[in-house]
Design a protein around this ligand. Structure first.
Ligand code: GTP
Length: 176
């Protein structure tokens, strides 16, 4: 394969789980403690090299709050990859991830590479970060397996794990 490849990645998940923060950390290496609710969706681009192939990632960040719930097929259709984000301190946010995965699989089938992201891992103490000691993370991990998705823990605050998420998702999209 040669030339520029473009992939569309959409971020989905409940309000306040850190979708915007993950994208801003990845694309601009910035982090803000203040919460700015995304109104509908916003779009950022990042160019990377993976296995010497130049890749353009078109990253769509969507609104998580129901009151802005115009978010639907318009944003996720044509996606090559989806990051489904939950907050590792908020079990309800994992429920929302499961709802999104069902919808994505229904509409896009197996044509989309899905990663489940447990964000805000910095809020947990060392021992709680271990999936063996964290019921929510281990539930998310086994759910990911059954849903044909991968699972990662990240922190937009400390920049933990984020490059790996995008790199591995991109490798998956390339080989798809
Ligand atoms: P919506 O736009 O409403 O869907 O929210 P969102 O999912 O985009 O969340 P956002 O990125 O706005 O982050 C919400 C709040 O969580 C902000 O106050 C962030 O500073 C904070 N936050 C995001 N990521 C992290 C993280 O990894 N660790 C910690 N401690 N806080 C985080």
């Amino acid at each position: 394969k040669s030339g520029q490849q473009q992939f569309k990645i959409v971020l989905l998940g409940e309000g306040c789980v850190g979708k915007t923060s993950l994208v801003l950390r990845y694309v601009e290496n910035k982090f803000s403690e203040t919460n700015q609710s995304t109104l509908q969706a916003s779009f950022l681009t990042k160019n990377i090299f993976v296995q010497n192939i130049p890749i353009t990632l078109n990253i769509w960040d969507t609104a998580g709050q129901e009151r802005f719930h115009a978010v639907g097929p318009l944003y996720y259709r044509d996606s090559n990859g989806a990051l489904l984000v939950y907050d590792v301190t908020d079990p309800d946010s994992l429920t929302k991830v499961k709802v999104w995965i069902k919808e994505l699989r229904k509409v896009l089938g197996n044509d989309v590479c899905i990663a489940i992201i447990g964000n805000k891992i910095d809020l947990l103490s060392g021992i709680e970060r271990d999936q063996m000691n964290n019921a929510l993370i281990s539930e998310a991990q086994s759910y990911a397996t059954t849903a044909g998705a991968t699972h990662y823990c990240t922190s937009a605050k400390t920049n933990y794990g984020i490059d790996d998420v995008f790199l591995n998702l991109t490798k998956q999209m390339i080989s798809f």
